[in-house]
Design a protein around this ligand. Structure first.
Ligand SMILES: NC(=O)C1=CN([C@@H]2O[C@H](COP(=O)(O)OP(=O)(O)OC[C@H]3O[C@@H](n4cnc5c(N)ncnc54)[C@H](OP(=O)(O)O)[C@@H]3O)[C@@H](O)[C@H]2O)[C@@H](O)CC1
Ligand SMILES: Nc1ncnc2c1ncn2[C@@H]1O[C@H](COP(=O)(O)OP(=O)(O)O)[C@@H](O)[C@H]1O
Ligand SMILES: [K+]
Length: 548
């Protein structure tokens, strides 16, 4: 990457300064690392070979954790069907079987391997203790050829874990997993639903999706990033006694790092904490929201109201519709403009308004279906940005933005783009939606060239900013009530209000997502189905505490 590269120490900081720069929070304290599969393997390897933790004790601990989770989910009399593959994932499954048997549960183990010669030594050791306890084990052939089994058992999936290479092959493992899925049981998968690549979050469903996934050390990308995360169900992470030094060593070697942001830590950031009691509207700041199209002006209006509720001192709204029409439907506190020439922006009028009315944050795009920019517009915005204006670009303003921005370099700390996957593709920066960390790494390079930060929206949005080189914080708290048209407008409005503070773009985006998510969760406690308008009109105080 060329410019805007910070030292690796400062790059790890997710600086979260309040309005007068008093607080700052370091990234690791706001989140925890998501391990890549390579990191997880390094931690395993180093714990065993360098730090002399016996591999069998790690396996014992892992299997016991799985057994505890299974025991808590097992209904009285329910059969526990354990699918144990050839590797150490199968070994974990055998340990879990032993505990469950000793605790009085009814367990049936299916050895999913072609030949016992294929097993890892630790798995083989676990198998011997099962035999000594006379725990029932059957062959995959018996399982596939119609062994009578009660429907809806509890299934432990220990066929394959992080040892998989490439995509799941046709053959015994896959056919047994498919057979198990026909049992319609509750599935607890060990480490990963078998066949999934822990580093990839593509939408491909594994043969046996999990209701619960029990993993070790830290979550992997597939557990936290959607759509893959939906196939993992609820992911529970347990410490199984890896060496701390091995963990530190492995993370230090990691080239690029995903972070799982902790909502409780974000929720402690109050962006307006430094605001004086006698503050006037310009101390908070003036936001201008430009959006709308022939489809209407609901989207920019919702963004504008959200900006006001999120703390802006003054919000102006510009749409292509006659000012009187908009005013008739809009809250009294918003002021109105029409900065359009047909479908395009009247950039000279906008520029004059921004300078004269001291606009500090500008949102362009909600409710637009095509790009409003003509040549030269972005250069004007870049000039205004150098005078202090923050920019948030969403929806229609993102179309072909990659190409349009090429001659201009914006400031990534003051420029936030908020595309969902379809919009990211329409921006022309990447032919496909990112599916692995390497894809984000490439996107980060592009962000650096353009001078922008991206909040890549989904149920688990990720920040890609040149100011956080090789680091990708992810807000992974999904809530399907946010999956409704309009949530993006609320988010964009909150982001724009927060852009009035001294917080940089890569902090305001997850903070806004957290605030929206928190408000949604709180409203859901009242038992109502929530729509984005509810969230917009109920955005609460910034001193929030999260429900665990
Ligand atoms: N001490 C430790 O290390 C600890 C490890 N732990 C546990 O071990 C797990 C990792 O164990 P692992 O490394 O043995 O691999 P694992 O996931 O069982 O799979 C191996 C099998 O995969 C197969 N296979 C590969 N590619 C494939 C494909 N494309 N399609 C189909 N099959 C394919 C390959 O079979 P083959 O190709 O040889 O036929 C091979 O036999 C980890 O997830 C965790 O649960 C914990 O207990 C903590 C301590
Ligand atoms: N299931 C979900 N869980 C969590 N957040 C979600 C979910 N679905 C959508 N969101 C959030 O809602 C917003 C949706 O934005 P967007 O896709 O632009 O919607 P729209 O344009 O329809 O308003 C984003 O902030 C996204 O992260
Ligand atoms: K598994």
């Amino acid at each position: 990457m060329k410019s805007h590269k910070k030292s690796s120490k400062s790059s790890r900081r997710l600086e979260a300064a309040s309005i007068n720069n008093r607080d700052s929070i370091e990234l690791p304290h706001v989140g925890k690392p998501i391990w890549s599969v390579a990191s997880a393997k390094n931690v395993d390897r180093a714990s065993i070979s360098e730090f002399k933790i016996p591999s069998l004790s790690l396996m014992e601990c892992a299997g016991r954790k799985v057994a505890v989770v299974a025991a808590a989910r097992c209904r009285p009399g329910q059969l526990i069907v354990v699918l144990a593959g050839p590797g150490n994932n199968g070994g974990d499954a055998l340990v879990a079987s032993r505990y469950l048997h000793l605790w009085g549960y009814s367990v049936l183990v299916i050895d999913i391997l072609n030949d016992f010669k294929d097993q890892t030594p630790d798995r083989s050791t676990q198998g011997q203790s099962l035999d000594e306890l006379n725990i029932r084990r059957v062959s995959p052939h018996d399982f596939q050829s119609g062994l009578p089994l009660p429907s809806k058992p509890l299934i432990l999936d220990g066929v394959l874990g992080i040892g998989i290479r490439g995509s799941l092959r046709e053959g015994l493992y896959k056919s047994c997993l498919q057979k198990a899925s026909q049992l319609n049981g509750t599935v607890i998968s060990i480490d990963l639903p078998s066949g999934m690549d822990g580093d990839c979050w593509s939408g491909e469903a594994p043969p046996l999706p999990a209701d619960i996934t029990v993993t070790f050390g830290a979550s992997k990308a597939a557990h936290r990033i959607y759509p893959a995360a939906r196939y993992c169900g609820e992911t529970l992470v347990f410490d199984i006694g890896f060496s701390k030094e091995a963990v530190d060593q492995s993370l230090a070697k990691t080239k690029h790092q995903l972070w799982e942001l902790a909502p409780e830590a974000l929720a402690r950031i109050n962006p307006w904490r430094g605001l004086a009691i006698d503050a006037h509207k310009f101390e908070r700041g003036h936001v201008l929201v430009i959006g709308g199209s022939s489809l209407g002006f609901g989207a920019p209006m919702m963004a504008a109201v959200s900006a006001a509720r999120a703390g802006a001192g003054w919000v102006s709204l510009a749409t292509p519709h006659p000012v009187e029409t908009v005013m008739a439907r809009s809250p009294l506190a918003l002021t109105h403009q029409n900065f359009f020439k047909g479908d395009h922006l009247d950039i000279a009028a906008i520029s004059k308004f921004v300078e004269q009315r001291r606009v500090k944050a500008l949102l362009i795009g909600p409710g637009m279906v095509t790009s409003p920019f003509q040549s030269g517009d972005l250069e004007t915005l870049a000039r205004l940005q150098r005078q202090g204006l923050s920019l948030v670009l969403d929806a229609g303003a993102l179309h072909q933005l990659g190409e349009r921005l090429k001659p201009t370099r914006l400031l990534p700390e003051k420029t936030l783009l908020t595309p969902h996957p379809g919009e990211l593709i329409k921006m022309g920066l990447t032919p496909d939606a990112p599916k692995t960390l390497a894809d984000f790494e490439q996107l980060q390079e592009t962000c650096n060239n353009l001078g922008v930060s991206i909040f890549y929206k989904s149920a688990s949005p990720v920040i890609v900013s040149p100011e956080l080189p090789h680091h990708f914080p992810c807000y992974s708290q999904a809530n399907n009530s946010l999956g409704k048209a309009g949530s993006g407008d609320v988010l964009a409005g909150i982001c724009t209000a927060l852009a009035l503070t001294s917080l940089p773009s890569w902090v305001i985006a997850p903070l806004a997502q957290c605030h929206m998510h928190y408000t949604c969760q709180k409203l859901q406690d009242t038992g109502k189905e929530i729509i984005p308008e509810d969230i917009c009109s109920n955005l609460g105080t910034w001193d929030i505490s999260f429900r665990s």
